[in-house]
Design a protein around this ligand. Structure first.
Ligand SMILES: O=C(O)CCC(=O)c1ccccc1C(=O)O
Ligand SMILES: [Mg+2]
Length: 369
């Protein structure tokens, strides 16, 4: 497979509701949309999940543009690819880090490859599920009442798991209030690295609330302290920020740093690496779910495909387009019914990019040949 042209688009979509984590409040989403075109005129699409500022991880929209323009695109245009696995395994393996940039271009090649095979991305990745279970990630609000109100709405819509963002000062009391009203809902908390082992009492206090898991309580680059903490908790720890590779996953499992892993395709460098981590976790009885990065429909479509693999046994964060955007850039939008999304069976990502909407939300673009 020879790539003839790559198009980068700097996109901006306004969020319907601001989203607050322990590290920032997002009002809109800027991201890079990658389109790769083959000689026969077929296009593949993916998006970079890097954010505008280096707060979730070190990558940004600008560092991704730089990596794509100066390294990843020239390598892709120069080489004949027989399978998308070759990107992370061969052509890009000498470049350190920059996983979100690598995943963005690799994802577009996967979509193109699947379209050329006339196969769904899900089936090519080894997906076995026809539908996937969906949870929702609820940001930090101005009041507990507002959080309870949001949970009520999402419950009525059928979502199957409720993740609350926490931070020091918005944690044990919040969970206590929520558990008083909803003693039995599948509930979890995500700290986005807001704590250290000095806060162990707070974290141990969370152990009394039958949480499905506590996500990334400690530092974004730690697997040692998490192992100490996991030994003190019966609640499973789920790692997000700390896992960037198959090797990270292997080490975290070996140390007992977590009992669950959240896979984000961008964070681990793409679909090929996601699948390898999936297989390792399956062999080690570590359940997975797919995390979200406030993606447009293009990123959502990729998340749905990887979530169809069998060891994604817990509901993920890839919720309906309508919770985020006034209008999405794919046709049809991602919809959730009874807490599930149907995995598309049409070729590639299985949702059509809406080129009119895409140009409407493009701030700037550039073509590479
Ligand atoms: O709804 C989503 O896309 C998930 C949102 C979310 O939780 C998140 C959003 C941005 C950065 C990090 C995270 C996270 O999962 O930690
Ligand atoms: Mg997280």
């Amino acid at each position: 497979m020879k790539i003839k042209e790559v198009i980068l688009r700097h996109m901006k979509l306004d969020l319907l509701h601001p989203f607050t984590t322990s590290f920032a409040t997002e009002y809109d989403r800027e991201f890079i949309l990658v389109e790769v075109k083959s000689e026969d005129g077929i296009s593949g699409f993916a998006e970079s999940v890097a954010m505008l500022d280096p707060l979730y991880n070190e990558e940004t929209v600008k560092t991704n543009w730089h990596m794509l323009e100066d390294y990843l695109i020239p390598i892709l245009l120069k080489n004949e690819i027989s399978h998308p696995d070759e990107l992370s395994e061969k052509y890009y393996s000498y470049i350190r880090g920059n996983y979100m940039a690598k995943a963005a271009i690799e994802g577009a090649v996967w979509d193109l490859y699947a379209k050329k095979q006339n196969a769904s991305l899900s089936s090519l990745l080894g997906g076995t599920k026809k539908e996937i279970d969906v949870g929702v990630s609820i940001g930090i609000k101005d009041s507990f009442d507002e959080t309870l109100q949001t949970i009520e709405e999402r419950l009525e819509e059928g979502y199957k798991r409720f993740k609350l963002k926490i931070k020091p000062g918005w944690d044990v009391e919040l969970i206590d209030e929520v558990r008083k009203v909803y003693p039995d809902i599948p509930l979890m908390a995500d700290a986005n690295s807001a704590y250290t082992l000095q806060d162990i009492d707070k974290l141990v206090a969370l152990d009394d609330y039958q949480l499905m898991m506590i996500e990334q309580p400690l530092a974004y680059n730690d697997i040692i302290d998490h192992a100490d903490l996991q030994a003190r908790l019966k609640t499973p720890i789920c790692l997000d920020e700390s896992i960037h590779s198959l090797d990270d996953a292997r080490k975290a499992i070996k140390l007992g740093s977590c009992k669950i892993i959240n896979i984000k395709i961008g964070r681990v460098g793409g679909l090929t690496q996601s699948r390898k981590i999936h297989d390792l976790c399956q062999e080690n009885d570590i359940p997975l779910w797919c995390g979200g990065m406030l993606e447009s429909g293009i990123g959502r479509a990729h998340n749905i495909a990887i979530t169809s693999l069998p060891n994604f046994t817990l509901p993920g964060d890839t919720a309906a387009s309508s919770l985020y955007w006034a209008e999405d850039i794919i046709q049809p939008e991602v919809t959730v019914e009874n807490g599930t999304i149907l995995v598309p069976t049409s070729p590639g990502i299985g949702y059509d990019p809406d080129m009119e909407k895409i140009s409407k939300y493009t701030l700037s673009s550039r073509k590479y040949r």
